[in-house]
Design a protein around this ligand. Structure first.
Ligand code: FAD
Length: 407
């Protein structure tokens, strides 16, 4: 009887929150316990570098559901509680408050934590990282008009913070170690175009430059770069990636390799433990290889998919990865996960900030990036998923509807 069973979700973030809801809508009538170390109901993180940071929206707008939703659905949400250990054989969790909690099935949605700087001066006051609501609120306070803000790391988080900081009237510099922005996830040309957008909005973008140390008396005042240049800083925001929170799984003897290793149903090397979201390294049948994704889409849909699988519905998680970012007047969208490609095909003029670019491998599209053309990205996902052969000239021709090529 399901009623006698207990499903526990460790990590009450985006994937965990959606999974809890999905268990109930799957008619699972057993006990659901949703344990999270943060003191908020499950929430979405994208606004933390955008609307919440700019001050356009309040904290509640980030919540997946109002706090009282969970009790209403018979979901025991335990905020401010950490899972300290898993005894897999005994099917038992050790919680931070000393409680031992038995489970029949466990879902790990522990996400990731920010990678920290280890440079001299890294522990000075005024050095910020951005992962949770409290981080966003603290950074917002630092983004006073005319404040000098130095951002270390030119990835999505750093660039979105740069955009929000300019909106609040700050002077902003971004320091990126690689020669181009987004060098790990996109073609160099996309990074150059994005650097131009930031430059046009008054952000100083410094690429191919490292950081030597942070200076100040108790509080950060300067960032000293590897080329000797010192930048004045009222605050420093660091965005140099995350580390998956996979230690609980590793200590329990589960397979871990760049996140918790799961199969296409989200099951770990223990049949009664699943994982989803940023922490899950999963096979993607469309791409034909494993990925660990850090995206809204993956948290949302894999969370739901794995919850259904925990209830016995055997549905593989198979989606074209999709990601978006908002920076100034650019809505950047990416679909697919290009491992390798042999050429790019552009549709629309890159200089117009309204284009889609196709990453081609032979005669199929393996990924796309777009500025301000989200609708086209939605259609291009079908081309990627179905591996539809398509001619470069047709893709580039704006007179031909993309929809007609994707049929
Ligand atoms: C600032 C920011 C902006 C973003 N913008 C975008 C965007 O524009 N587009 C996009 O596609 N994606 C974006 N993302 C990525 C997206 O938000 C994440 O991929 C998503 O939140 C991952 O969800 P998750 O549930 O896997 O992890 P999380 O949301 O991180 O949730 C994990 C939760 O588990 C808790 N936890 C960890 N360990 C334990 C433990 N031992 N016990 C109890 N609780 C624990 C954590 O405290 C956390 O609350 C952004 C992320 C950030 C940080």
């Amino acid at each position: 009887m399901a009623r006698d069973r207990t499903f526990v979700i460790a990590g009450a973030g985006h994937a965990g929150g959606r999974a809890a809801e999905a268990l109930r809508s799957q008619d699972f009538d057993g006990r659901i316990v949703l344990i999270g170390e943060e003191n908020y109901p499950p929430y979405e993180r994208p606004p933390l570098s955008k609307e919440l940071l700019r001050g356009d929206d309040g904290v509640e707008r980030t919540f997946l559901n109002p706090a009282e939703f969970y009790a209403g659905k018979g979901i025991e949400h335990r905020p401010g509680t950490r899972v300290e250990g898993i005894e897999a054989e005994a099917h038992r969790l050790r919680l931070g408050d000393g409680e031992a909690l038995d489970y029949d099935k466990l879902l790990l949605t522990t996400g990731g934590r920010v990678r920290r700087l280890t440079l001299p001066g890294a522990d000075l006051d005024g050095v910020h990282y951005l992962r949770g609501i409290d981080d966003s609120l603290a950074i917002r306070k630092a983004l006073a008009a005319d404040a000098s803000i130095v951002i270390i790391g030119g990835g999505f988080i750093g660039l979105e913070v740069a955009s929000s900081a300019r909106a609040r009237g700050c002077k902003v510099s971004v320091i990126e170690l690689q020669d181009v922005l987004l060098g790990r996830v996109a073609d160099a040309e996309i990074g150059r175009l994005l650097a131009d957008v930031h430059g046009a909005h008054g952000v100083e973008v410094l690429t191919g430059i490292g950081v030597e140390r942070l200076e100040g008396e108790g509080r950060v005042r300067r960032v000293v770069c590897s080329n000797g240049r010192a930048l004045d800083a009222d605050a420093v925001i660091v965005g140099i990636g995350i580390i998956p929170n996979a230690e609980l799984a590793e200590e329990a003897g589960l397979e871990v390799d760049n996140g918790i290793v799961v199969d296409v149903f989200g099951q770990t090397s223990d049949a009664d433990i699943h994982a989803a979201g940023d922490v899950a390294n999963h096979p993607n049948p469309i791409l034909g290889h494993r990925v660990r994704l850090e995206s809204w889409q993956n948290a949302q849909n894999q969370g739901v998919n794995v919850a259904r699988n925990m209830c016995g519905v055997r549905v593989p998680y198979a989606e074209v990865p999709w990601f978006w970012s908002d920076q100034f007047d650019i809505n950047l969208q990416m679909a697919g996960a290009p491992e390798s490609w042999d050429r790019l095909v552009w549709r629309g003029d890159p200089a117009s900030n309204r284009f889609i670019v196709f990453y081609m491998a032979g005669d199929v599209v393996v990924a796309v990036n777009a500025f301000n053309l989200g609708r086209e990205v939605r259609i291009a996902k079908f081309l990627i998923e179905r591996k539809t052969p398509v001619a470069d000239a047709d893709l580039a021709d704006e007179g031909i509807k993309l929809r007609d090529l994707a049929r």
